[in-house]
Design a protein around this ligand. Structure first.
Ligand code: XIL
Length: 332
């Protein structure tokens, strides 16, 4: 896929884990063959990199970076500031207030950005800052006002935490591409429309204040039960592009309504049609990079987290390769 994409001026990549690259030769072979860009699924998150205060553990990320270097594949970073994958000590430290929180952020950025400088040239500096509107699958708790999600970072540093993080990254590495990544803005539903507006307001605010930012990542965790309208999504991508920001699709996969066993051809063609509509709209809008969150249903987080007890036939079929490592229509 990497070569086909490159021939069209696009980049295709996928999320990987160091463990799968090491322990599953079939996974590693698929990634080696298909991906032109990698992103660590876990290894560059806060809890992975600094499990205890001041103790940085870059070994799993380093292993992933060595593999990528061997196959000459660029790697993007994910994620410096996020409310999830925060180790307990960080939550406690952020609750101590602004000065302490600034110290935590600066030390993490100092260490991580220096360590990865030569190998990672694009980071999700802030992940999922926008609050889920009412009606979302996971709405924000009542009482939270404003466009930003209520997180330990927001509580410690205020709504300015997004700008603080972006400036801190730019200051440490002036040519690093700074990306803000979020989800829930893809579908043709009222909550997704409201979340699009929230994200656009955030981006315009950052632009108006000259906060450094180069790109927006749209995760693309699609759900078959949600309606999708290509023009709506394409225009949203255009609106981001109009702010002189690049757009990347960073975590594409598809959840089926309730994965029913059997009739794979019918399911796979539904998924492929949705992915085609989504990816085409993204590219028409001006996106040039698309990553899937994994490459085969066999190792998808959707399987790991939601269906561990199920038969492989009940797994969501929302990635380019199926459980048996056959290419699906989505690949095409
Ligand atoms: C997920 C991983 O895939 C899981 O293995 C982990 O347990 C939780 O995080 N949005 C993101 C990703 O930005 O970091 C998430 O990854 C999926 C949703």
């Amino acid at each position: 896929m990497a070569e086909i994409a490159a021939g069209r001026g696009l980049t295709y990549g996928c999320a990987v884990t160091a463990k799968l690259l090491e322990e599953e030769p079939q996974f590693a072979a698929l990634v080696a063959q298909e991906a032109g860009l990698l992103v660590p699924e876990y290894e560059a998150k806060f809890a992975a990199l600094q499990p205890e205060e001041g103790r940085f553990d870059t070994a799993p990320l380093d292993a992933l970076l060595r593999w990528a270097e061997h196959f000459r594949k660029p790697v993007r970073g994910h994620a410096l500031v996020w409310h999830d994958a925060l180790p307990g000590w960080t939550r406690a430290a952020l609750a101590e207030g602004r000065t302490r929180a600034m110290g935590v952020l600066e030390r993490h950025f100092d260490h991580v950005l220096a360590h990865t400088r030569l190998r990672i040239r694009d980071w999700d500096v802030v992940n999922e800052p926008v609050a889920n509107p009412p009606g979302s699958d996971v709405p924000e708790p009542a009482g939270n006002s404003g466009d930003l999600r209520d997180t330990p970072w927001l509580r410690a540093l205020g709504p300015d935490y997004v700008a603080i993080a972006l400036r801190a990254a730019r200051q440490r590495d002036p040519t690093l591409r700074l990306t803000l990544n979020d989800y829930g803005v893809e579908a043709d539903t009222p909550p997704a429309e409201e979340k699009r507006q929230r994200l656009l307001r955030l981006l315009r605010g950052l632009r108006a204040r000259n906060v450094p930012l180069d790109a927006v990542g749209i995760q693309g965790h699609l759900q078959m039960r949600e309606p999708f309208r290509a023009e709506v999504f394409r225009d949203f991508v255009r609106q981001i592009r109009a702010l002189d920001l690049q757009v990347l699709i960073t975590e594409l996969d598809v959840r089926e309504v309730r994965p029913p066993s059997g009739d794979f051809p019918a399911r796979d063609s539904q998924v492929a049609l949705r992915v085609h509509a989504f990816a085409s709209a993204a590219f028409e809008g001006g996106a040039r990079t698309l990553l899937t969150w994994g490459i085969s249903d066999r190792w998808s987080w959707l399987y790991r987290e939601q269906a561990v007890a199920l038969d492989p036939g009940d797994v969501h079929r929302g990635l380019p390769y199926d459980w048996e490592l056959n290419r699906k229509q989505m690949w095409r």
